[in-house]
Structure formats: structure tokens, C-alpha cells
Design a protein around this ligand. Structure first.
Ligand SMILES: Cc1ncc(C[n+]2csc(CCOP(=O)(O)OP(=O)(O)O)c2C)c(N)n1
Ligand SMILES: [Mg+2]
Length: 647
């Protein structure tokens, strides 16, 4: 009899022997217990005893711990990341990526990428979002595959809606037999990317190091090709931790950055024809500027046409003090427009229609029915089905697919070619009128800002004006604003590509504090003074962002717009109660952040950040700001808690 067979038989014999003994024991048991034991007996018979290989595995001594392992898959991953010019790896630490974490520190010497310690995964992703919009390149973040990724998702959604690249990775233990009992099971998944697939541009789960290299380079390429977006890679823990099996066979692919597509030349010429012939053209810009060239390209087009620009401020598209900036005259301008050019406008329907939901949900077009609409951008090239970030369908007469920034020079050239002397003088006339309207628009804003100037709590307009008075001669960069009526865009001279870096994208509250910090990290290298206006409600989501600011010595000035409420929702609730005729007395419940009032300056100091406030009297604001700005200029983060009225 072959040996294998023998051993199966003998183990079965042993098993049966055990079963017989158990059976004997049941003889003495009461009848009810006998019945209970008898039932599973049939099942037990079905279960085969372990085979010889299983026995061998179970009786073998544990494999020698490779304490002298001199390299790891994580080292190779670091090599790959280094080729991609990724400066930072933001994370909240976790065992599922301890292999890569250790390799970054000890093999990669914690440079390119350098680890950013974040007390919440949402902070890490949002930092990436803010950073990319200043630096023009993504950073990477890594999280604990299942649970960390769930925390990261809200920020990934904001970045996705904002079309901003962030390289997100998550540790996972793919082989079930390698997972330790307990946490490694609840923290592993078959397809962990499923949780964020609806709002990532691409994701993968590499199974070998070569696969990782190719997917990492591909991830970077896809994330940074317009329309951009976050990408996700699940990283197997064993792949990171184990030795590199066949180092000679590994190859890191070359990254070729994709040249963004220009709109079709014929279509751009057609657009130019419409724009040159128009009497009242309007340009609407939203996410135009991807690089510093974006603003210059848009200025060139607007000047060639002497055409008003309405900036939806999704990026730093157009200087706020340019005479053609007419952003706060959108009502009359859209109402009389005959040709509208919408460049990289995210929500075109929302821009060209007036919508109200204060009584019942109603809307009416903001433009004439005869107005011709041209769209230029990559919006139509990429969308997904589930999340409805694409907005309502808006008619267009000419829809040009192409990257806005890249297509602008060709459009401007076409405009110039078509502009004869008579159009040139008509444009000059229009330009003069628009310049006067711009001055009136700014004067109006300045005069509006004086309303309630000495009021306490402090008006948001005064808060913005006081901050500007103290930073205007610095190389400043405003990277966040939760103030609803756009005071900085009305009152400040924003003229640099980094004067502003856009909005959250998904309107997911909790963006502002960490995204501003990411932007400040990018600005730090350039010696810029970073400022952000941060809603109190927003700061309450991830106030621990302040700790990351202090820990990594990131200079940033947080001005807390502290209206002690989720004020937008407070106003919605009041409108709802009024509509239902039930009075607004109860609407503070669930919408205000009082009882207790939060002392954000103390919170800041607790996290190692310079704290000022709460500032209630406007005359205390100037001195508090000077002290905070001095701290920021010395390299520290600082926070000024300004108790504002809710406007
Ligand atoms: C993640 C998330 N939760 C809730 C909301 C609903 N929401 C929209 S604005 C807002 C208030 C935010 O408060 P704050 O930052 O203080 O701004 P304020 O409205 O007071 O100016 C809330 C809760 C949201 N947009 N996102
Ligand atoms: Mg608030």
C-alpha cells in the first residue's frame, strides 16, 4: 500500500477512535443530551480528516523569521515613487502598509516622498487637493485599506468633483491565509477600491512588483491628464514586506505626461467668428487655469475681444482688478449677452439659469433665448453615472471638446485674424464702457463693505478688509474661503496665478482646513504668505489639521469665520420654517455651534499653533492679526478666531 494511503487510513483510524470514545461518553448522558449529540454526528462523519500535506504544514516548525532580509518590495515601490517626482506621502499610519512606510523612512531616507503625519485620512487627501492646485502636481497619500479608505472617501469625492489629481493608496492583505486573526480580517477586502470607484478616475490592485510599477506610473499619468482626478491603488501588504524575488527582471516604466488636447481648429475658428461678430459677448470661466499660463491665456483672449469675463472662481482664472473682470455684474451681462463662451464651466445650467428654492423649486433662464452658447472644455469628455456632479443638461450651439487653457492661444489667434479695423474700434469702445463699469463695481463693493463697519460681532466685509490691509504688500496667497458673499474677490487685488486656488468641488464641508494646509505646504517652498478664511463648521470636522500644521512647521494664517453656526443650513431651516408658517424660534436647534461656544484660539494652542481670539470687538482685530502674521512670517501656523455676524 502506498505510504500516502496508509497515513490517511491511520489518521482516519485515530479520528474514529476519538469518535467512539465520545460516543461512549454519551451513553451515560440524559436522553435529551443524547439527541443533541446524535445530530451533529452525521455531520462529523462527512468532514474529512486533514490530508498529509495539511498535517505536514501544521506540524512543521514556523518558518525562520528572515531577520536579515536586506531589501523589501517596499524599497522597489519607493524607487518607483521617486521616478514620479512625488514630494510627499500623507498618511495616518497602519500595519497594512507598514512595509512601504518603513521603506520610505529607511530606504528612501524620508525624502521624495517625505511623510506627512495626518490625524485623519480626510486631511491627507484634502491636503493633496489643495497642494495640487498650487503646485501643479499631485502628492500621494496612503491609508489603511478598508477603514482608512472609508475615512478618505469624502475628501476623494471633493477632489474628484474638483477634477484634481491625488494619488491615493490603501494597504490590503490579499491572501486570506496570510491574514492574522482579528483586525487583519476586518481590515482586508477582495476589492477595496469598490468603495471609491464611483469617484476615482482609475484604480487597480497590483499583484506583483512589476505590476505595481506599471500601475503606479499609469495612475500618475491618468490622474494628471485633463480632466484630472484622484486615482486609487490597493497595495498588498506581503508585496511591500517580502524580499524582492527577481530584482533583475523588474523595470520601472517611463512616465510620458500627456499633452492636453486642443479643441478642433475649425471649431475654434467658428467660435472666433461668433465672438468677433457679437455685440455683447461674455466669457464665463470656471476651471480654466491648470498652470500659471492659464490666467495669461484668458487675459489675452478677453483683451483681444475687449470682452467681459465672469469668473466662477473654480481656479485663479482672471485678475480681480482687470477692467474686464465683471464677475459681480453677471445678472445684467448675461441678460443682454448675444454670444456666451463658457470655458471649463463645471455647472453650465446652474450658471445660465436663476434657480430659487426658497419657496418652491423654480428656475428661469438668465440669458436671452436668442443668445448663442459656445462651450470649450473637457467637461464632456469624462463623467460617471451615479454621482450627479454634471448638473442639469444645458443647450449649447457649439460644444468644443478640448482643454480650455491649451485651446485658448489658438482661439485668441483666430479672433485676432478676424478682427478688422472697424471691429477693433468697436471693441475699444466696449472696453472703455466695461472699464468704467468695473470701477463702479469695485466702488460699490467697497461702499457695501462699510455697512456695519464698527459693528460687533464683526462683519465679514470688515474682517476681509482688515486682513487685506495687513497682507497686501506681502507675497500672499489666499487658498480658502467659506464666506458666502465673496468679499475677498470683491475687495482684494488678485493678480497672481496663486492669488487663489479654487473651491472644494464637491461642497463637502471639511475641505477648507486641510486643503488650505496642503496649499500652504506648496506655498512654503516659494516663501509665500498663505491665508485662508475658515468657517467654524468646516473647522469642526477636522480641527486636528492644526496639529499637522504645527508638526510639519507649515506657515499658514487661519482666520476663523466664526459665526457660531452651520449658518448656511441655519438660513435654509429658517426659510423652511417660514414657508411652513411655523415661526423660526426652533431653527437654532441642530444648526448652531453654541452652548458651549468653541474657543478656537485655545484649540489652536492645544495643537501647537499660535492662537488669537476670540475677537469680538473690531478694534481688537488689527493688533491680533499683526501678532498672528508675525508668527506666520517666522514660520509657524497661526489662527485668529473672529466672531463674525452671519452675513
Ligand atoms: C460633509 C457635509 N456635511 C454637511 C453639509 C451641509 N452643509 C453645507 S454648508 C454647511 C455649514 C458649514 O458651516 P461653516 O463652515 O461654519 O459655514 P457657514 O455656513 O456657517 O458660513 C453644512 C453643514 C455639507 N455640505 N457637507
Ligand atoms: Mg459657521
Amino acid at each position: 500500500m502506498p505510504k500516502r494511503r496508509q497515513s490517511v487510513d491511520s489518521s482516519r483510524r485515530n479520528f474514529l477512535k476519538g469518535a467512539t470514545l465520545a460516543g461512549a461518553a454519551t451513553l451515560a448522558a440524559p436522553a435529551a443530551t443524547q439527541a443533541q449529540v446524535a445530530a451533529p454526528k452525521a455531520d462529523i462523519k462527512k468532514a474529512l480528516p486533514p490530508g498529509p500535506r495539511q498535517i505536514a504544514v501544521e506540524t512543521q516548525p514556523p518558518a525562520k523569521d528572515p531577520v536579515n532580509q536586506s531589501s523589501s518590495g517596499g524599497d522597489f515601490m519607493v524607487d518607483v515613487i521617486k521616478t514620479l517626482d512625488i514630494d510627499y506621502l500623507a498618511m495616518n499610519c497602519a500595519s497594512s502598509f507598514r512595509g512601504l512606510h518603513e521603506a520610505v523612512l529607511n530606504y528612501g531616507k524620508n525624502t521624495k516622498p517625505e511623510i506627512l503625519t495626518c490625524p485623519h485620512e480626510e486631511i491627507a487627501v484634502h491636503m493633496g487637493q489643495g497642494y495640487a492646485k498650487i503646485e501643479g502636481k499631485p502628492l500621494a497619500m496612503i491609508c489603511h485599506g478598508v477603514v482608512g479608505l472609508q475615512h478618505a472617501t469624502m475628501a476623494m469625492y471633493n477632489a474628484w468633483c474638483d477634477r484634481v489629481p491625488v494619488i491615493v493608496m490603501g494597504g490590503n492583505i490579499m491572501e486570506a491565509n496570510k491574514r492574522a486573526p482579528g483586525a487583519e480580517w476586518v481590515h482586508s477586502g477582495v476589492d477595496i477600491g469598490a468603495v471609491c470607484r464611483d469617484f476615482t478616475k482609475w484604480d487597480d490592485q497590483p499583484t506583483t512588483l512589476q505590476h505595481f510599477a506599471e500601475s503606479m506610473v499609469r495612475a500618475y499619468k491618468i490622474a494628471t491628464t485633463p480632466p484630472m482626478g484622484p486615482v486609487f491603488l490597493a497595495l498588498d501588504a506581503e508585496l511591500q514586506e517580502n524580499p524582492i524575488p527577481d530584482i533583475e527582471s523588474l523595470r520601472i516604466p517611463k512616465l510620458a505626461k500627456v499633452i492636453p488636447p486642443q479643441g478642433d481648429a475649425g471649431a475654434l475658428a467658428e467660435a472666433a467668428k461668433l465672438l468677433v461678430a457679437a455685440e455683447n459677448p461674455v466669457i464665463i470661466a470656471d476651471r480654466v487655469a491648470r498652470t500659471p499660463a492659464g490666467m495669461a491665456n484668458l487675459v489675452a483672449l478677453a483683451e483681444a475681444l475687449q470682452c467681459p469675463v465672469i469668473d466662477n472662481v473654480g481656479r485663479m482664472n482672471f485678475p480681480s482688478r482687470h477692467p474686464l473682470n465683471q464677475s459681480f455684474r453677471r445678472g445684467p451681462l448675461l441678460g443682454q449677452a448675444d454670444v456666451i463662451l463658457a470655458i471649463e464651466v463645471n455647472d453650465l445650467w446652474g450658471t445660465l439659469n436663476n434657480f430659487s428654492d426658497r419657496i418652491v423649486r423654480t428656475s428661469r433662464p438668465a440669458i436671452k433665448p436668442t443668445a448663442k452658447t459656445i462651450t470649450l472644455g473637457v467637461r464632456d469628455l469624462y463623467l460617471k453615472s451615479n454621482y450627479q456632479d454634471f448638473g442639469r443638461y444645458q443647450d449649447a450651439d457649439l460644444a468644443i471638446a478640448g482643454d480650455g487653457e491649451a485651446s485658448l492661444p489658438a482661439l485668441t489667434e483666430a479672433v485676432k485674424r478676424l478682427t478688422d479695423d472697424s471691429r477693433k474700434s468697436a471693441f475699444a469702445e466696449r472696453g472703455k464702457k466695461l472699464a468704467a463699469a468695473h470701477v463702479a463695481m469695485v466702488d460699490r463693493a467697497k461702499s457695501d463693505a462699510t455697512i456695519g463697519w464698527d459693528a460687533s460681532p464683526i462683519t465679514t466685509a470688515r474682517m476681509c478688509a482688515e486682513v487685506y490691509a495687513q497682507i497686501k504688500d506681502e507675497d500672499w496667497s489666499l487658498v480658502g474661503n467659506t464666506i458666502r458673499n465673496s468679499w475677498p474677490h470683491k475687495l482684494w487685488d488678485m493678480n497672481k496665478p496663486y492669488s487663489w486656488n479654487g473651491v472644494s468641488g464637491g461642497a463637502g464641508v471639511g475641505y477648507n482646513a486641510p486643503a488650505s494646509l496642503g496649499a500652504a505646504l506648496a506655498n512654503k517652498r516659494h516663501g509665500r504668505l498663505t491665508v485662508t478664511f475658515n468657517g467654524d463648521g468646516d473647522l469642526m470636522f477636522v480641527p486636528n489639521t492644526l496639529w499637522t500644521a504645527a508638526h510639519h512647521r507649515i506657515p499658514i494664517l487661519y482666520i476663523v469665520h466664526n459665526n457660531r453656526a452651520y449658518h448656511q443650513e441655519y438660513m435654509y431651516l429658517q426659510a423652511m420654517a417660514a414657508r411652513h408658517g411655523r415661526g423660526i424660534e426652533n431653527t437654532k436647534i441642530g444648526t448652531t455651534i453654541t452652548d458651549p461656544n468653541v474657543d478656537y484660539a485655545t484649540v489652536a494652542r492645544g495643537f501647537g499653533v499660535h492662537g488669537e481670539g476670540p475677537i469680538v470687538d473690531p478694534k481688537d482685530l488689527g493688533p491680533a492679526l499683526s501678532r498672528a502674521i508675525a508668527a506666520v512670517k517666522s514660520g509657524q501656523p497661526a489662527l485668529v478666531d473672529v466672531v463674525t455676524d452671519p452675513r
